[in-house]
Design a protein around this ligand. Sequence first.
Ligand SMILES: Cc1cc2nc3c(=O)[nH]c(=O)nc-3n(C[C@H](O)[C@H](O)[C@H](O)COP(=O)(O)O)c2cc1C
Length: 244
Amino acid sequence: MNNRVFKRKKAVAVILAVVVSAVAVTVYLTWLKPNEFEPTEVYGSVELPSPETTGTVSVEEAIQRRRSIRSYTDEPLSLQDISQLMWAAQGITDPARKFRATPSAGATYPLELYVVVGNNCVTALSGGLYRYDPSEHRLEYIFKDDLRSSVAEAALGQSWVREAPINIVIAAVYERTTNRYGERGIRYVHMEAGHVGQNLYLQAVARGLGMVVVGAFHDDQVQGLLQLPTDQKPLYIIPIGHPK
Ligand SMILES: Cc1cc2nc3c(=O)[nH]c(=O)nc-3n(C[C@H](O)[C@H](O)[C@H](O)COP(=O)(O)O)c2cc1C
């Protein structure tokens, strides 16, 4: 092989290596990395019971009966209630592909779920803040204080946030979706929060629970109280309990 041919082949090999590495890094950063979540501090995790996938209330009945409920009894929720709510919102329903109960643009899954639990408000759960881990269907215990009163203040004093046994908070990592779809991804993230809210409403009805989606709150205050990572923005606070 003469020297010129050898040099040309070497140049092609180098260019190919650079292109392959760039594609691998791009795929990693845009598709894989943003879906990872590393909590800063975890006290432990709570395995949730398996979700029930049959029930006695038809979807038509749940739609007909759905109402925003803002007044709750003191009756604690069960761990099965929490399991059903997490599953309906973000549970994995197709394990082979890791697809979830609610649709997601390009399966980018930008939403994170947190549960603000009051003291003595859920059987077998201490008061505090939990994050849902869909892949293991479990809760990670990340904060020990009962945050309901502070979150209610951040939500313009809405008393149902303070009085509900639990509040689910939906937070979004916009970049997971905008990295794929650009600015249009912003609307996709909001649409997904709506899907989650509606699944929660219907699951709540089916279990005899009541809830209301709350969009009126100070984002920065809620982000600070829950110590959310800077790339996670709260979208909804959802008080849930047994209707009074
Ligand atoms: C995006 C959005 C934001 C909302 N924010 C609040 C809120 O901050 N506080 C509240 O009490 N209800 C809130 N709601 C609930 C509405 O007030 C409720 O859906 C409406 O009154 C209709 O009642 P229904 O849900 O029983 O059909 C919100 C609903 C949506 C869709």
